[in-house]
Design a binder for this molecule. Sequence first.
Ligand code: HSE
Length: 452
Amino acid sequence: MKAIQVGLLGIGTVGSGTFNVLQRNQEEIKRRAGRGIEITMVADLDTARAQAAVGAGVQVVADARAVIANPHIDIVIELIGGYGIAKQLVLEAIEAGKHVVTANKALLAVHGTEIFAAAHRKGVMVAFEAAVAGGIPIIKALREGLTANRIQWLAGIINGTTNFILSEMRDKGLDFNVVLKEAQRLGYAEADPTFDIEGVDAAHKVTLMSAIAFGIPVQFDKAYVEGITQLGAQDIKYAEQLGYRIKLLGIAKRRTGDATTVTHKGTPDGIELRVHPSLVPAKRLIANVEGAMNAVMVHGDAVGTTLYYGKGAGSEPTASAVIADLVDITRLHTADAAQRVPHLAFQPDAMSDLRVLPMSEVVTSYYLRLSVSDQPGVLAKVTGILADLGISIDAVLQREADEVGGEGATSTDLIILTHDTVEGTMNQALTQMQMLPTVLAPIVRIRKEELA
Ligand code: HSE
């Protein structure tokens, strides 16, 4: 049978990786897909560079719409990125009856509802394995491998840049800004690293995973997003002394009032959707994911906890995910659209409207660091505020004043770990503790996940 023809929009790192892996493994891929898969047309503004990447046998154009208009092209791969022209081109490709493969997490996390609805109407597939955690087949696992389960929570290290920075901060005891500069010098962090270090990239990815895990719409605007820019080296060190590592986690958790899921003193039903630095017990496998690697834990009621680990970015790891989508589409594109795996795992008319909870209703535990006067009664006042608000303490670590501030110092660090509490209650406690005259600096609060 004739090879299925693919058009590629944007040939940078991932695009050239996709072209190369498809060529290198073409026989193996054909044996799996049932027919060949060939990139026959590429659109890129830099046509000379694109032609050099794919060789003379592939048509290269500057105008992406020429690819979409080509009646021989069955599948369009969008690797342009961003919400602007990429959105228009994806919608036009769908309208033209093409299947779409994309690595564009930002586009789908923000405009996924519109794009999936358009694809459903036209009976085409929009596949996006490469959008989350690069080479790790986490979309496939969530959407198909775990389909028997009521998924209860997932938590992932889904941004390699920030995991690299946190690993370096811990290993070398350096502050964030120093490590960021070094990461940029070495090419681990982008010249403009804002989306990575502020947690936005991770929030795009966890938003997509939450939709597939719980059958809710993609709702990036409801995600809580906090990056790693405010993290200090001393908190990483104290966390270590207490048996924890600090990781930037993307978390999606179902909180409903049935017996099988997490509840906390009558808190309302909903979905927690959040990205922030988290203490994780050092003994958990995910706490030991270092450098630019990614990992995602998923807990389902039948399977228990599962863990997926691998490269979250890079040319061929991401190409591996793009090509897996090409193979899926090649196998399924002649099947009745109703028999295909739904874009968000659940049938479009069976989506849930369970609300995404505001951060004040989230339930988690906390690490607090207070810079306090080293005098009698301080600890009693602080713990009294927590007790009055019903917040249970898990552990306390108080440093000798001269260890923290040098000989003769009159202030010290007080570290408190709490048990689970509602974030709104913790906010009240923080306000009251901050007003104590013996609390000398803004209190550091970092959330903690046991991931048990
Ligand atoms: N910038 C991302 C990361 C990779 O650092 O993991 C692409 O999503």
